[in-house]
Design a binder for this molecule. Structure first.
Ligand code: SF4
Length: 201
């Protein structure tokens, strides 16, 4: 088990009352849920779960912005509902990635059937989670995803030291999947060099 740390200073973002749903240039960005149970110290997401109805799907690509999409109850039913509502040529993408702690083979099959693309998995913590990440990759491969359609989020510039991040990168290279980086503090332009030195950044 990784040691989970308490929230440090910034506080949590209050869940929105109104559902975010925006369509621009054929891309629909929507929230189907809010909240995450983990309260990671580098994240603003609240631990209260809020589930929104699935709105009309009008985009060619539907980007689901939920911070922990898989935390919703009856997640397979929700994914199947999306599959039933989609029309030919529509695809889904979960932009914040899938939480390996909630992943199952059944979910991987459901995501594939519903036409989720550009799969992302979050691996924010240390090397101890490598076997679980590999298990989840295998679930996606078994469901029919190719390695080049999968990326793994790694948080950088935080308390996971640079040498551990380098080892994680080596593993991702061996597994032949992509890397999606994610910066502690909400953005590179205001990155706080609190845990990594300036040159390590
Ligand atoms: S970083 Fe991910 S797992 Fe951690 S609290 Fe935020 S949404 Fe949840």
């Amino acid at each position: 088990m990784q040691t989970r740390l308490k929230i440090e200073s910034k506080g949590r973002r209050k869940p929105d009352d109104k559902q975010f749903n925006d369509l621009k240039d054929g891309v629909q960005r929507v929230k189907l849920s809010e909240g995450c149970p983990y309260l990671c110290p580098y994240c603003y997401e609240d631990d209260k779960l809020k589930v929104f109805p699935i709105p009309e799907l009008n985009g060619g690509i539907i980007k689901i912005l939920d911070m922990n999409f898989l935390w919703q109850p009856k997640i397979i039913e929700r994914i199947n509902q999306l599959a039933d509502m989609r029309i030919r040529g529509q695809f889904f993408e979960a932009t914040s990635g899938f939480d390996f702690r909630f992943m199952t083979q059944e979910i991987a099959y459901a995501l594939k059937k519903a036409k989720f693309i550009n799969i992302r998995i979050a691996w924010d913590w240390g090397l101890k989670d490598q076997y679980k990440i590999k298990d989840v990759l295998n679930m996606f491969f078994k469901a029919g995803y190719k390695p080049n359609s999968i990326g793994v989020f790694m948080i950088v510039n935080w308390k996971i030291p640079l040498d551990v991040c380098d080892l994680k990168l080596d593993l991702l290279k061996v597994w032949n999947v992509g890397v999606c980086d994610c910066c502690f503090d909400g953005g590179y332009s205001i990155a706080i060099p609190e845990y990594w030195t300036q040159t390590q950044r």
